[in-house]
Each structure stands twice: as structure tokens, then as C-alpha cells.
Ligand binder design. Sequence first.
Ligand SMILES: Cc1cc2nc3c(=O)[nH]c(=O)nc-3n(C[C@H](O)[C@H](O)[C@H](O)COP(=O)(O)OP(=O)(O)OC[C@H]3O[C@@H](n4cnc5c(N)ncnc54)[C@H](O)[C@@H]3O)c2cc1C
Length: 259
Amino acid sequence: VDPDLARWPVRKLKQLGAEILLKSKVTEAKDDGAGALDVTVTDDKGANPRAIKADKILVAVGFKPNSAGLGLEDLRVALDKRGHIVVNERLETNVPGIYAIGDVTGMPYLAHRAEKQGIVAAEVIAGRKAAFDVRAMPSAIFTDPEIATVGLTEEQARAQGHEPRVGKFPFSALGKAQIYESPAPGTAKVVSDAKSGIVLGVHLCGHGVTDLIAEASLAIEMGATAEDIALTVHPHPTMSEGVLEAAEAAAEGHSVHAL
Ligand SMILES: Cc1cc2nc3c(=O)[nH]c(=O)nc-3n(C[C@H](O)[C@H](O)[C@H](O)COP(=O)(O)OP(=O)(O)OC[C@H]3O[C@@H](n4cnc5c(N)ncnc54)[C@H](O)[C@@H]3O)c2cc1C
């Protein structure tokens, strides 16, 4: 995610005494005979080995679709190079009458995407006019503080030919955020298109922000501008004022409660 967001959980982990080794990999783990593991960690080129004592190793990379051995090849259901089932916006495979939804259809691997696809597939099967036509796919990360994002980052917006305009607001300037932690960690960021003002992305890090991102998803789905969010009254004192202030910053170049 956007480094502006990632730095907050990193700071918290360091406060808790965690050491973070980036661009590294676990190359070996041996039972030390006393209930723990002797782990070897190297850099990403396999050099500079370092010994670490560990209770557990959590492998959180290497996801792949579990589509082999289901008979899909016999039915000639088309798979992509990684083994995901290829579907169209109606969740139809290339074989009439066979549909697929969820992680097995590819990235992003998210429960709410799978759920939405399931509803669309059921509607299509029931003969309704339906399509998986989603502009905004939010993502919630349950770090401390939480991270929630939807839409384009500044870099993605630029790569897609937009001239991005970014409004930022620090949660340290928000009253409600102070009751959770002082100084309150976190940032709200609104990325809009400089010419049209249309919201392209919203990126939040702070207490409970995963509950705030749906407003941003609605804004993107409705083609709202940053000014639309800024002109919408947000209740005080709430964390949602952070989204309001970041939208003001994107629309006006400044927000009321931050210099
Ligand atoms: C640790 C972890 C944390 C996650 N956290 C989040 C989160 O916070 N938010 C979020 O949105 N998403 C999260 N996800 C992703 C989310 O779980 C998936 O996107 C979602 O479960 C996808 O739903 P699905 O129905 O496509 O697949 P699954 O939920 O994986 O369901 C597939 C089912 O098919 C069954 N199955 C497999 N092969 C066969 C077979 N041959 N015959 C019969 N049954 C079979 C499996 O047992 C399983 O029950 C997380 C995933 C993991 C692993």
C-alpha cells in the first residue's frame, strides 16, 4: 500500500519491539529440540545469512488457485496461465452453463468481491440482466492502526493518464482520533483528477478506518468529486471528519483543521 499509510503500522510494530527485515527470506528452519525453531534469514539474493530464534513461521506468500484435478480440463473450461478460471462480467466461463466466482477467478482475493460475484452469478443464472461491473473494490487491512483503501493511488492515477490532485489530512488534527491515542496516528488521503475533480482513490490509515471506506467506495461508484464529499456535512466528533478534511484539501488545496 501507499507508504504514507504503511509507515503507521510499521511505527507501531517497532514501538512493540518488532524488528522488520524487508527484502529478506527464510531459507531454513530447524527444530532446536527445546520447542523453538532455529531460523536462517538471508537477504533477497540469498546472501548475508542471519540466525534468528523463532516460535513460529507464518508463510503469507505463494497463493495459487486450487483448480487442478477438478476435471476442468476435461470440460475444456479455460484457465489463465496461473490456473485461474477465466470468466466474463457475467461470471460465465467459456463453457455454457458453467460459472465461476471468487478467488479462483483471479485477483483481488477478497471476500466481498467473491460475495458480489456470487450474487451476480445467481442473478445471471436466474435469467436477470446482471453484470459484475464494479468501479470501486475496497480493501481493508486489520493492522494497528487499520488501513483501508479504494481506487487509484497517486502513482496509479498518473500511470493511467490522470493529473492527480492529492488532499491529505493527519488524524493527529482530529478531535475524535485523540480519544483513541494521543498523538493520534494516521493519515487520510483523497486522490482526485485535477481537471474534473472526480475522486479516483481514497486511502486511509487510522483507528477504525475500515468502517469508513464504504463512503469512499460510494463516491467513486457515483462519480462524485472531492468537492461533493467536502460539501457533505459529516458528523462531529467522528473519524469520518478525516475523510471530509482530506476531500477539502483535494478540492480546495487546504482543509479547515490542518495547516
Ligand atoms: C488468512 C486470510 C485472511 C483473509 N482476510 C481477509 C479479509 O480480511 N478480508 C477479505 O475480504 N478477504 C480476506 N481473505 C480472503 C478471503 O478469505 C477470500 O477472498 C474468500 O474466502 C474467497 O472466497 P471463495 O468462495 O472464492 O473461496 P474460499 O472461501 O476459499 O472457498 C472455497 C471453498 O471450496 C472448497 N473446495 C476447494 N476445493 C474443493 C473441491 N475439490 N471440492 C469441494 N470443495 C472444494 C474449500 O474447502 C473452500 O471451502 C483472507 C484470506 C486468508 C487466507
